[in-house]
Design a protein around this ligand. Structure first.
Ligand code: NAD
Length: 282
């Protein structure tokens, strides 16, 4: 059951026309939220809005690599629904953009042009920054906000052949941890939610390399995000949740403990050489 405080909360989901984005949009609307659906895929947005209805959704075609378009989408969401409470940075491009057969034939550095490298950084890393940069002023003013960044498994970040996707996602993971610290005490939380492995969406090529029925269902991403969006999520920031390990059938505290850990690599940040004994945290 969804907490009643989710009723009429306003979310903006990027990549809403994709596999995980659609699942999130359906779950958010079912939980009572009003949702801005953002994606480059105009037809996908139109279909999804047709299904979910125009009363509780707005469809905003958007390229997250364009800062002005991100500002515009936040402004239009607020103009339509009065506020923006939850930003889900879910849009991304996957390795098929480099090469369709990347699962069967490992991508090499020679396959990646400087333009492709820059595009991955612009969409998968700068996109979430552009959206948060546009959304934070309003969230700060209303003393309430939720920023949820979708990164990926640590395995994928380091996996040979998954560059530039992995490095862009590791940047997003690190930034999520530092932004959470910057925004402490503002009412704005920043967390990461990842599926926890290959998920059955168009991002994973249909080339028979992974059995689709054994992949994670995109719907698994919704319960941890809805909890973060609720009032009960207020105290949770700087965390990373593995959706596949979130059991919606057990009490939330148990689900959180089983699937959560601090975002990023805080355990590796503890022992730098630093004059005076250690760096001061911001
Ligand atoms: N599928 C997986 O196995 C998997 C695993 C770990 C993490 N993820 C992450 O989950 C998120 C959702 O991915 P998905 O699996 O649903 O993939 P998907 O390809 O189905 O959806 C991604 C969506 O993002 C949109 N998009 C791409 N570039 C955009 C841009 N510049 N501006 C706006 N929208 C843009 C696409 O049009 C698409 O609808 C991504 O961040 C992805 O990296 C996916």
């Amino acid at each position: 059951m969804s907490p009643s405080d989710l009723n009429d909360r306003v979310a903006l989901i990027t990549g809403a026309a994709g596999g995980i984005g659609q699942a999130l949009a359906r779950a958010f609307v079912a939980a009572g939220l009003r949702v801005a659906l953002c994606d480059t895929a105009k037809d996908g947005l139109r279909l999804l809005q047709g299904e979910l209805g125009a009363e509780r959704t707005i469809a905003l075609p958007l390229d997250v690599s364009d800062p002005a378009a991100c500002r515009d989408s936040v402004a239009r969401t607020i103009a339509r629904f009065g506020r923006l409470d939850v930003l889900v940075n879910n849009a991304a491009i996957g390795m098929s953009v480099v090469r369709e057969d990347h699962m069967r034939r490992v991508v090499q550095i020679e396959d990646i042009t400087p333009e492709l490298w820059a595009r991955f950084m612009a969409v998968n890393l700068s996109g979430p920054f552009n959206m948060a940069h546009a959304a934070v002023p309003g969230m700060r003013a209303q003393k309430f906000g939720r920023i949820i960044n979708v990164t990926t498994s640590f395995f994928t970040m380091l996996n040979p052949g998954f560059s530039p996707y992995g490095p862009a996602k590791s940047g997003l993971e690190a930034w999520s941890a530092s932004l959470a610290g910057e925004l402490l005490g503002t009412g704005i939380t920043v967390n990461v939610v990842v599926p926890g492995g290959p998920t059955d969406t168009p991002m994973v090529p249909d080339d028979g390399s992974i059995e689709r029925s054994q992949m994670i269902r995109p719907q698994k991403m919704a319960p941890p995000m809805l909890h973060l969006a609720s009032d009960a999520g207020s105290a949770v920031t700087g965390m990373r949740f593995v959706a596949a390990e979130w059991d919606a059938a057990v009490p939330v505290a148990e689900a959180m403990a089983a699937s959560g850990a601090p975002a990023g690599w805080p355990e590796l940040a503890r022992s730098p050489v630093w004059p005076g004994g250690g760096p001061k945290r911001g």
